[in-house]
Every structure is written in structure tokens, then in C-alpha cells.
Design a protein around this ligand. Sequence first.
Ligand SMILES: Cc1cc2nc3c(=O)[nH]c(=O)nc-3n(C[C@H](O)[C@H](O)[C@H](O)COP(=O)(O)OP(=O)(O)OC[C@H]3O[C@@H](n4cnc5c(N)ncnc54)[C@H](O)[C@@H]3O)c2cc1C
Ligand SMILES: NC(=O)c1ccc[n+]([C@@H]2O[C@H](COP(=O)([O-])OP(=O)(O)OC[C@H]3O[C@@H](n4cnc5c(N)ncnc54)[C@H](O)[C@@H]3O)[C@@H](O)[C@H]2O)c1
Length: 477
Amino acid sequence: MEHYDMIVIGSGPAGQKAAIAAAKLGHRAAVIERRDMVGGVCINTGTVPSKTLREAVIYLSGMNQRELYGQSYRVKEDITVADLSARTQHVIGREIDVIRNQLARNHVHLVVGTGRFVDPHTVEVVGEDGVHRELTADKIVIAVGTRPARPASVEFDGSTIVDSDQILGIEQVPGSMVVVGAGVIGIEYASMFAALGTRVTVVEKRPTMLDFCDKEVIEALQYQLRDRAVTFRFSESVKEVQRHPAGTLTVLESGKRIPADTVLYSAGRQGVTDRLNIGAAGLTSSDRGRVEVNEHFQTEVDHIYAVGDVIGFPALAATAMEQGRRATYHAFGEPVGSKLGDLQPIGIYTIPEISYVGRTEDQLTAENVPFEVGVARYRELARGAIIGDSYGMLKLLVHGESRELLGVHVFGTNATELVHIGQTVMGCGGTVDYLVDAVFNYPTLAESYKVAALDAVNKIRAVAKVTGSGEFRPLPE
Ligand SMILES: Cc1cc2nc3c(=O)[nH]c(=O)nc-3n(C[C@H](O)[C@H](O)[C@H](O)COP(=O)(O)OP(=O)(O)OC[C@H]3O[C@@H](n4cnc5c(N)ncnc54)[C@H](O)[C@@H]3O)c2cc1C
Ligand SMILES: NC(=O)c1ccc[n+]([C@@H]2O[C@H](COP(=O)([O-])OP(=O)(O)OC[C@H]3O[C@@H](n4cnc5c(N)ncnc54)[C@H](O)[C@@H]3O)[C@@H](O)[C@H]2O)c1
């Protein structure tokens, strides 16, 4: 029996950071993971392969250059799956190597196999060779992540009817595709295939999509996708997905039948707690396989923590990493600083991409917070014209009285990078005046912050001018 200060089950972003944090605090840590999954869903089937594919789609389709060189511009005419996946295995391999090296140099033991609880302090690991070994620990972190939900009414075959793990292995770029579920995964893939010229139909049971984002941004995304021949079927539920010799048929509850070469079923994910035997640890999981935790990521059994996708929203890699670090610090009594608050950015890698931090207009309105909106359009920035992005925009939500930044919403080129400027200002308690007074490099997209800040301040000033309040500062002549 081997004893550790901490055992982590799962080597995705959450598990890695939990284990390395333990090692950095001087504790003996082990990570349990299956041989072919080092790095988790993030590296092997989720974030990294999908974002590598996206880069290939953007480059080979030439779509980002079309405003500059014409709508017929392509880098390659017949794009094959081999072209698209050429870089993927290389990037995955490189990332796995980095993770293995980081664990090794921090003396974190990587124990290969599948873990299951024997009792609250003991985890049995079953290797691929069938060999069992038992590990014990003072602290245990559950970081087992999720897998695609696969209902029995869908005839998955791995080639024409696929989940988001299998989509990476399809043999050709389909002429038509149904995407079931307009969640982040569904819409990211819908936008990639639409960019390749696939006729995509998205079926979503809710009346809208990505409704946690800014409404105007989602409308802009829908406009762009419709322009690329994406059809949306909102408020429609999929009853079954059938496989026929001539293709697939998606049958909706409303009676509609949609034929397509390929179906991507991306209607949610299930926590991987079913084979963990968590009952032996004194724990339970929800019907979606999720484990409940408190603000310190502690389960109802004090020395067992759960982090990452297995605890649910927001289910993002960056958040998972931070949850892992914080869980370990709490477990070993190390101070962690302020609570993991509202300033976690959301990045959605659709084409074009979306990112935001803070609150939305709808949330602020519901909370009766007075705010002004400052907008900058990329088409009015020199950098926007240079790169040929005429649709991009950045929107700042600013408190009408205190002038604090309450939210930053970005749509278009580099949105997922740009958002961090606003996040930093917000995190440091800055106001819109910092952005008004700052000088940004020119020509850049970052300049959009200054343009949007001036727009917001002008609107605040207009209100002050009417009300005659002390906030009124006349514009310079
Ligand atoms: C298609 C797709 C695209 C995505 N894109 C993005 C993105 O662009 N940005 C972003 O931030 N997030 C993205 N995500 C989400 C991101 O991948 C997850 O938030 C992140 O991987 C969660 O990390 P985790 O550590 O909780 O779990 P995971 O990465 O799921 O890792 C869990 C690991 O635990 C292992 N495990 C499970 N059970 C056991 C057991 N009993 N014993 C041993 N090991 C076990 C699994 O093998 C797995 O390797 C995407 C997800 C998908 C599916
Ligand atoms: N860029 C990123 O950060 C990124 C990218 C991909 C995934 N992720 C994460 O992965 C997680 C899982 O994503 P997801 O998109 O699979 O899940 P999801 O649960 O967010 O979306 C599933 C969607 O499918 C719909 N749906 C369910 N059953 C349906 C049916 N029968 N017919 C039609 N529609 C149906 C749901 O209403 C929902 O909108 C998310 O929480 C997300 O945060 C993040």
C-alpha cells in the first residue's frame, strides 16, 4: 500500500494544477490517469484538438482574407480531413510531453490506470494489464471531468453519427451536417464546418442559444452564420437520429425530418463519476454525474475535493486549473487570496470568436444597476481595416454613477485575447476614466477600448448635462 499526502483522480487541467500545487507546497502527490488520456479531455479530445482544427479551417479556407482579396479567395480549393488534422496530433503530442515533464520535475507520481474508491482514504487503481494496486492519501481530489452524453435514441456509428470526441475522426468534410444542441461545442463546430462550405442545420430545444452571453453579440454571430448558410431550428427537440444506407435522418419531435451526410450530437456532457464507486467514499453524484462542492471545492466529506467539469458550470479549462490550485491550497491550509469571483472570462471559439468578462446588459437591467454602453466597431479602427474585419466590435458596460467597468463584451478577431485588458482594469477596480486617459499602440484592436470608453463617457456626460448634476464635465472645444 502506497501512501500520499494527496491523490488526484484525473490529469485534465483541474487535476494537473491540483497535484502540482501540492508538490510546490512540499507534499507528496500522485495523479491517476489512463494511459491514453494524459492531459484529459482538454488535450486529447476537447479544447486543444478543436482549437487546432479551427486554426486550420481559418487558414485553409482563407475566410479571414476574403474582405481583402475577394469572396472567392481560398488557400486550398479541396480541403480534406487530412489537411485539417495535419497539425492536430503534433500539437497533442507536444502538450502531453509538456504535462508529463511538468509532473515529473515536480515529483508528482503519474499512476497509470483507472481509479475507484475503496473507502474515503483509499483508491484502487486498475491498470490496463488488469493489475490492481491500492493507494491511500490524507487528501483526495476528484478531477474526472465529463464525457459526451449519448442517448439510446441516437444510432452513433462513429463515422456519420458522431459525438464531439468522434468528430475529430470523420473521414471526409461532409456536404451537409445536422448539429444537435446549440451549446458552446455545437456552435463552435457548426461555425467551423460552415466555414468549410458544409450546409449546417443546428437544432436546439431552447428558443435561443448561448443565452449567458450578450444578446447583441449572439445576434451578430447568428447573422454571420446564416450568411454562411447555417439554418437554425430553435424550440425544436430531436426525437431520434437514424442511420440509413444513403445517409442520416434526424427526426424532430415536431415531425420534421432532416437528411444530412453527418450528424454531430453535442447535446450536453455527463460527469465521469459512474465508475468511481463514490458511494464507498460517502459521496453521491447527480443524474448528470456531477459532484456538489462548497466554495472551497470541498465535497460533503471534508478531506475529499472535487474540481473542474465534474462540478459543472462554467466547465472551462482555465477555470478548472484555478479550481484545482485553490482546492489544494485549502486542503493544506495555504491562504488563497480573494474568492474566485465574477471576473472569470468566457471565450467561445466560434468563427468569429466571442469573449466576455463581467455582467451582461440583461443582468444589470434585472439588478436595477444604472449603466451606459460604450461601443467601438472594428471597421472604424485602422487595424480593423488593415486585417479586413468589418464586423468586429467591443462593448463596455460602465456604471452610470461610479464609472466602474461592469462588463466587457467582444466579438471578432482576437476577442479572446482582447478581453483580458478589460478584465485587468476591472480586477484592479479601475474606472472607465483609466481607459479614456490611456494611450494605446496604433494601429491595434486594443485601441477599441479607448474608443468605447470615450463613447460611454460621452453618454454619461449627456445625462449629466440634462440633469445638471455635478458629473457634467464639458467636452473640450
Ligand atoms: C470539444 C470541446 C472543446 C472545448 N473547448 C474549450 C475551449 O476552447 N476553452 C475552454 O476553456 N474549455 C474548452 N472545453 C472544456 C475543457 O476541455 C474542460 O473544461 C476541461 O478539459 C476540464 O478539465 P478537467 O480537468 O475538469 O477534466 P478533463 O479534461 O475532462 O479530464 C479528466 C480526466 O480524468 C480522467 N478520469 C476520469 N475518470 C477517471 C478514473 N476513474 N480514474 C482515472 N482517471 C480518470 C479522464 O481520463 C480525463 O483524462 C472544451 C471541451 C470540449 C469537449
Ligand atoms: N470555448 C469554450 O470555452 C468551450 C468550448 C466547448 C465546450 N465548452 C464547455 O463544454 C461544456 C459542454 O458543452 P455542450 O455544448 O456539449 O453542452 P451544453 O449543455 O452547454 O449544450 C447542450 C445544448 O443542447 C441542447 N439540447 C439538449 N438536448 C437536446 C435535444 N434533444 N434536441 C435539441 N437540443 C438539445 C441544450 O438545450 C443545450 O443548449 C460546456 O459547459 C462548455 O462550457 C467550452
